[in-house]
Design a protein around this ligand. Structure first.
Ligand SMILES: [Fe+2]
Ligand SMILES: [Fe+2]
Length: 350
């Protein structure tokens, strides 16, 4: 016996269903499941020559309802928001979410001497400030992504989730072991004045998160226990995605709109200048946190000089990794115009 279908119901037919869009995609889920990349085909794929029409409430590949209102605040040009890695990074972010509540071995945090505990609380308060901005800023741009380029918007959504977790894990570490939140000095407030997607990406994803990622990746040096090591390791993994988005977005801009090179250099001139005033060997945006890092890296306040020497190695690594990313983007000529305090740390060209 066949079950009744819509067409059997008197007065109902498929008139409501618009079939003049493309039909017939068949995709098998692969090793990583069914990914966005796999369905990025036919008219549902992102148009490589897209110059973005006016944005309306229309998912890519669908036909817009004629009444659909326009969005006034959305970028039209693909290069304004696009990264060739956005869909991959989005999928990866979904697969690699972790929980600050249960994935960190909090029992491993044991009472520490006061200098080390206060230093860790200072660093964690500073990172809480920084992570807040790292989530807040992409949040401001989510609604400006054209629906045709939605993968970039989805990626920003995962970044906001990641940064929320970073904010909360560093807050937990500051409060879990008898210390507290302190005055950790200046954060990264200048980023909140950013007014453009690519400017955000240059300042936040490339410079800010690049430096933070190097710091996290060297977390072994400043950690006092397995819980802290794991916090830094997992947070570094997340930052790698944010950084990859930044590098691939800026590379896309350089590949497709090379005349914007000076604009990109200008963003970096500003950010390197802002960092140069306060960084020196501190790796962060203020001397208070720099001293806290040196105490942690040295293993106590009496070994702060040793700590500063270790920080200098990290600082060199930060700057050289930054230079490498600039080369990938197509901004290798920045070597000559980098802020002096950073340029002097560059390894010679091989
Ligand atoms: Fe973060
Ligand atoms: Fe981040």
């Amino acid at each position: 016996m066949s079950s009744p279908s819509l067409v059997d119901v008197p007065g109902l037919n498929f008139d409501w269903l618009n079939l003049d869009t493309e039909q017939g995609m068949r995709v098998n889920a692969g090793r990583r499941g069914l990914t966005l990349e796999q369905i990025n085909a036919m008219t549902y794929g992102v148009d490589p020559y897209d110059e973005g029409g006016a944005a309306v409430f229309k998912p890519r590949g669908a036909r817009a309802d004629e009444r659909s209102p326009r969005h006034a605040r959305q970028y039209r040009s693909k290069a304004d928001v696009w990264s060739e890695s956005a869909m991959l990074l989005y999928e990866e972010a979904n697969q690699r979410q972790w929980s600050s509540a249960v994935d960190i071995p909090w029992d491993e945090v044991k009472p520490l001497p006061d200098d080390l505990e206060w230093a860790m609380c200072t660093l964690c308060t500073f990172l809480t400030q920084v992570e807040f901005i790292a989530g807040d800023l992409p949040g401001r741009f989510m609604e400006q992504v054209h629906p045709d380029h939605f993968e970039a918007q989805l990626f920003l959504g995962t970044q906001i989730m990641d940064e929320s977790r970073h904010l909360d894990v560093f807050r937990k570490r500051a409060l879990v072991n008898g210390g507290g939140m302190v005055d950790a000095g200046f954060g990264a407030i200048n980023l909140l004045a950013v007014d453009d997607f690519t400017e955000m990406t240059a300042l936040l994803h490339l410079v800010g998160e690049g430096f933070v990622q190097t710091l996290f990746r060297m977390g072994e040096l400043i950690s006092q226990n397995e819980a802290e090591k794991k916090i830094f390791r997992l947070a570094a993994q997340d930052e790698s995605r944010h950084l990859a988005f930044g590098v691939t977005h800026l590379k896309y801009v350089m590949d497709t709109e090379p005349w914007r090179k000076e604009e990109l250099h200008h963003y970096l001139d500003m950010q390197e200048g802002a960092l140069g005033q306060s960084q020196q060997a501190s790796l962060t945006t203020n001397p208070t946190t720099g001293e806290a890092l040196a105490i942690l890296a040295g293993g106590g306040i009496e070994k702060i000089d040793e700590g500063f020497q270790k920080l200098m190695i990290m600082r060199k690594r930060q700057v050289n990794e930054y230079m490498h990313r600039l080369e990938v983007i197509g901004l290798g000529d920045r070597r000559e115009r980098m802020a002096a305090g950073m340029r002097e740390l560059l390894d010679p060209v091989k």
